[in-house]
Structure formats: structure tokens, C-alpha cells
Design a protein around this ligand. Structure first.
Ligand code: GAL
Length: 401
């Protein structure tokens, strides 16, 4: 597997992002150099060989290339691991600063990992645990809006908000800014127009998350990189079902769109059998997949799920229907929950995409701290996703366990 650099998001307001882009360019240059070396090696050897020898000779540089790429990937994972383990220097002046955190819904598996890491890291930075309050919005915007009002009345020093509905971001921003409280949005991106407003007005508001387009593309590529490009029944068309998250969410929209786009870009003919909302929920993922399997049967080649919880549900349905992932059907999710990464390692799921909650939680906490310290903060910070397939699932598991 190749660690993919990502270049579709190049926000000129985000200096870190630009630095990252430079990093990706370097990675890409390195990968191109490796590929070029392998090509040159094969060109030198091939013309003077008989057929069998030719084959053996081309295998050699390919193996060399694979080894080099694996090393490169390992280095990148090591870097991620180092970032995850980096201990910040705690700041004693923060002990009396109040942090209000709003999570859209506590029962969401991924957001549980995120909020646990966020709280731990805020404490490592020097905020005291008693002064960090985390509220469950119970997937209801009215409930969350009341929680935000209560935080404002309490005079918190900074707010970190994972909105229930991103369409409410404008209203939320206005009241938090009016109260003079800096604001860090996480996980659900409010949208470019809203972000432009913060920038134009010079408000202390930022978004920390990932570019959902990248995760969708990675899912599609994971299928396209299979030997049969996901065409389990070999009839020339990849028929898929799409299990969507909450469609109000850009993560659901982009993952749905970009996964299929990547598959088509690889020259695959595709047909969508059904697309249904599973609201990020395992039980709904199971129900949708079970119904689709009884309706479309063996026609289904691929099950795309916008997240891992729904993919775990889909796996239950696939197994109950007597189908076998990676033999007669393929299944991909996003998040890299431990159970899913283990399944990928054990050939029970095709792949997932690591949604780096360490990177997102740490950046969100760092930016909250910068706001409290009166430092300049950009309007958007993006953390990279990482493809997870059998080739690197072991390394990813080590990092998240
Ligand atoms: C996504 C994640 C989902 C769900 C969603 C909530 O980034 O992949 O599992 O947690 O956020 O907004």
C-alpha cells in the first residue's frame, strides 16, 4: 500500500496546510523517484532476456520497489505514532480556565474515541479536569443550542463544538462571537461560506477536521486496487450499495460521491443498486445491507459504508446471508475502529480509512489553548486520512490500540 498525499484541499489561509502540501510534494517526489528507478532497472534488463528470464527480472525490481515503499510507509506511520505520543508541556496558568465542549451525540463510536482523546489531551496541556465540561447533544440541535447558551452564561473561556446540524453553524457562531468567546468547531465542517465569514470579520473561530473528499477517494481506490477491481462476479460491471451516514453532513456527502468517482476514474464501469441513509449507526447499517442482500442477492459486488460502525453492521448482514467478504463481495468503511482494523487484518473486511482522531483532538485542543493565550489562529486546519488495507492494518492497529 502506498501512503497517499492529498492535494485537493489547498486553503491559502492555512499556512500549516501549505507546509503539509510541501511535505506531500516531497513524498510524491520520493515515490516518483522510486518508480523511476524500478522502471529504469526493468528497461535495462528486459531486452536481452528470454521470456521466463524477462519475467523473473521484472519481478525483481517490483519486489525492490515494494520493499522501498513499505519502508517509506513505515516511516510515515512512525511519524504519526510519534505525534500521537508527543507529551505537551503542561501550562499551570490554565488550571482555572473553563472549557466547554459540545458533542453531537455521545453514543457515536467514533466521537467517543475523539472526545476521550480530546479531554485527555486538554488535561495534558494544563487545563484542569474539573473545568472541562463535555455535553451530549443527543443528536438534537435544540438540546445542543441550550447547552451552548448555558456555557455562555457560565462564562467559559473557550468553546469546542461538534455541531448537530452544520446548517445551524451561522447562528451558533453569531451568539458565541457576540459573547466574546473563542470557538473551535470539530468533526462536522460548517462549510466554506461560513468559514469565509470568520476570516472576513477576523473572528476567533476555527474549524479542525479532515477533508471528507479524501476519505471517499481512498475508499474507491481500495476497491480499484483489487485484482478484479471489485468485480466479484466478473460480469464487467461493479454493482454496489451505498450505506450513507447522516446526509446533512459533508462527510456523508463527499464519501458517497468521491468513492464512486475514484472507482470510475480507475476505468471501472459501475452501477448503484441502492443508496440509503444509515445515520452512522451499526444497526441501521445491518438492516440496510440485509434488505439489499435479499433484494439484489449475488448482484452486489461491493458494499460502501460511509463509516466503520455501519460497515460492522453490514458485515453481520453479509455473514448472515452466507456471503464471504473478499471472496464474493467487498466491504469498505471509514474510521479505523479497532474491531474493523482487526477484521481487515484477518481478511474479514476489505479495507477502511483511518480517521485520525488523535491528530484532530490534539489540534483542536492546541487551537483552543492558542485562543486562550491570545495567539493568532487560522480559520481551518485539516488532518490527513490514511488508507488501511491488509498491508498496513497491523501497523495501524499498533497505533490505535
Ligand atoms: C465522521 C465519522 C463517523 C461519525 C461522524 C459524525 O467523521 O466517520 O463515524 O462519527 O463523523 O459526525
Amino acid at each position: 500500500m502506498v501512503f497517499q498525499g492529498w492535494n485537493c484541499y489547498n486553503n491559502p489561509r492555512n499556512e500549516n496546510q501549505n507546509k503539509k502540501q510541501e511535505g506531500y510534494k516531497m513524498k510524491r517526489k520520493l515515490i516518483s523517484a522510486l518508480l523511476a528507478t524500478a522502471m529504469v532497472a526493468s528497461m535495462v534488463v528486459v531486452p536481452v532476456m528470454a521470456d521466463e528470464e524477462t519475467e523473473a527480472a521484472t519481478r525483481l525490481p517490483q519486489k525492490l520497489l515494494q520493499k522501498l515503499l513499505q519502508k517509506l510507509l513505515q516511516k510515515l506511520l512512525q511519524k504519526l505514532q510519534q505525534k500521537k505520543n508527543a507529551e505537551p508541556v503542561a501550562n499551570p496558568d490554565l488550571a482555572d480556565k473553563k472549557v466547554g465542549v459540545c458533542i453531537y451525540q455521545f453514543s457515536d463510536n467514533f466521537m467517543t474515541l475523539f472526545r476521550t482523546e480530546l479531554e485527555d489531551y486538554l488535561v495534558k496541556l494544563g487545563f484542569s479536569k474539573e473545568n472541562i465540561t463535555i455535553q451530549d447533544g443527543q443528536n438534537d440541535q435544540a438540546t445542543q443550542s441550550n447547552q451552548i447558551d448555558a456555557f455562555i452564561a457560565d462564562g467559559v473561556d473557550v468553546l469546542i463544538i461538534n455541531p448537530v446540524n452544520t446548517s445551524s453553524a451561522e447562528t451558533i457562531t453569531d451568539k458565541v462571537v457576540d459573547a466574546g468567546i473563542p470557538l473551535v468547531y470539530i468533526n462536522r465542517e460548517p462549510g466554506e461560506d461560513e468559514e469565509a465569514r470568520w476570516d472576513e470579520n477576523g473572528w476567533d473561530v476555527t474549524y479542525v477536521g479532515c477533508d471528507a473528499r479524501q476519505s471517499g477517494t481512498f475508499q474507491g481506490e481500495e476497491i480499484a486496487e483489487l485484482e478484479n477491481k471489485g468485480d466479484a462476479d466478473g460480469d464487467g460491471v461493479v454493482r454496489y450499495i451505498m450505506v450513507q451516514g447522516d446526509p446533512e453532513n459533508v462527510d456523508a456527502q463527499y464519501r458517497t460521491e468521491k468513492s464512486v468517482e475514484a472507482l470510475k476514474a480507475a476505468g471501472v464501469e459501475v452501477e448503484e443498486l441502492t443508496k440509503q441513509r444509515g445515520d452512522w449507526d451499526q444497526t441501521k447499517g445491518q438492516e440496510i445491507t440485509a434488505n439489499a442482500l435479499s433484494q439484489y442477492g449475488d448482484k452486489i459486488d461491493v458494499v460502501f459504508c460511509n463509516n466503520d460502525a455501519m460497515a460492522l453492521g453490514a458485515l453481520q448482514a453479509i455473514e448472515a446471508a452466507g456471503r464471504t467478504v473478499n471472496k464474493d463481495i467487498y466491504l469498505v468503511g471509514v474510521d479505523a475502529l479497532v474491531e474493523v482494523v482487526e477484521n481487515v487484518m484477518n481478511d474479514k473486511m476489505t479495507g477502511t480509512v483511518f480517521n485520525d482522531y488523535f491528530g484532530q483532538a490534539h489540534t483542536a485542543a492546541d487551537k483552543a489553548l492558542d485562543f486562550v493565550n491570545g495567539k493568532d489562529v487560522d480559520n481551518v486546519y485539516m488532518v490527513d486520512y490514511v488508507k488501511v488495507t491488509t498491508e498496513n492494518a497491523g501497523d495501524i492497529l499498533e497505533m490505535i490500540k
